[in-house]
Design a binder for this molecule. Structure first.
Ligand code: TMP
Length: 236
């Protein structure tokens, strides 16, 4: 499959057309941003790791009945995916208190939630991706009830499957963000699932092995990404 014209360049990926109008190539960059682009940098080989980890996790989820835009990994930094119409709602699922939840609720990080919390964020950089609820989604016509309810249900299913998969590899799935896209009337899981979009802590030491190392300048960012890649993609 050959790369044709560039369709879109985001913070972490470039999307190219292919000779098949239903398929795109996603190119994973090393560029890293945080706080809606206010902090910029790069993480060596991040693109390679995020492509590989996402491919592995999308494959694993497909084996467990969760459909996504993923078709195949084409090269170190390229993934072939169905061309979806991205829903402008980011869906976050949380198992432990961390990040913006800790801040919003005035709690320390690390507490286990009695059950998973699912949140919606309006995907709009100019507004800084504000948190919204189901009524906002429906009243403002951001997505249909069917679409948001399907995304919510899939997020909980992904949470269960992914938490188990990662726990077996000594990783706690603290929280994560999913994106969804419409493909021929179906809501498919889209974007990427990787250390940029998940909080991943070592199960025993609670060491952070994700993008928080970059966001919070904790050091050893590359080592953490490599370690996640090794645990997620390696044999048990
Ligand atoms: P938060 O605690 O900052 O709201 O983040 C929740 C989860 O969403 C966390 O796993 C990181 C992920 N996330 C993204 O993938 N992209 C973003 O822009 C933000 C803010 C968070």
């Amino acid at each position: 499959m050959e790369r044709k014209e560039k369709l879109y360049e985001g913070k972490a990926k470039i999307i190219y057309a292919t000779d098949d109008p239903d398929k795109n190539i996603l190119y994973f960059k090393d560029d890293a941003t945080a706080f809606n682009g206010a902090k910029k940098g790069s993480i060596v080989d991040k693109g390679i790791i995020n492509n590989k980890v996402s491919a592995k996790l999308f494959q694993m989820l497909a084996e467990n009945g969760v459909e996504s835009h993923f078709i195949e990994q084409l090269s170190d930094r390229e993934m072939l995916a169905y061309k979806v119409d991205i829903m402008l709602v980011e869906v976050v699922a949380r198992n432990y208190i961390a990040g913006s939840l800790a801040k919003r609720m005035g709690k320390d990080e690390g507490g286990k939630l009695e059950w998973p919390i699912v949140e919606y964020y309006y995907k709009d950089d100019d507004l800084n991706d504000p948190m919204i609820n189901r009524d906002h989604v429906l009243v403002f016509g951001i997505a249909s009830a069917e679409q948001i309810d399907s995304a919510h249900k899939t997020a909980l299913k992904v949470n269960q499957i992914l938490s188990e998969y990662l726990f077996a590899r000594d990783i706690l799935l603290v929280d994560f963000k999913l994106e969804f896209g419409n493909y021929k009337g179906k809501m498919l899981l889209a974007d990427e699932i990787c250390p940029d979009t998940c909080r991943l802590w070592d199960r025993h030491t609670l060491e952070k092995l994700d993008k928080d190392r970059f966001r919070r300048e904790l050091g050893n960012v590359e080592d953490a990404y490599q370690e996640i890649c090794r645990r997620v993609c390696g044999e048990l």
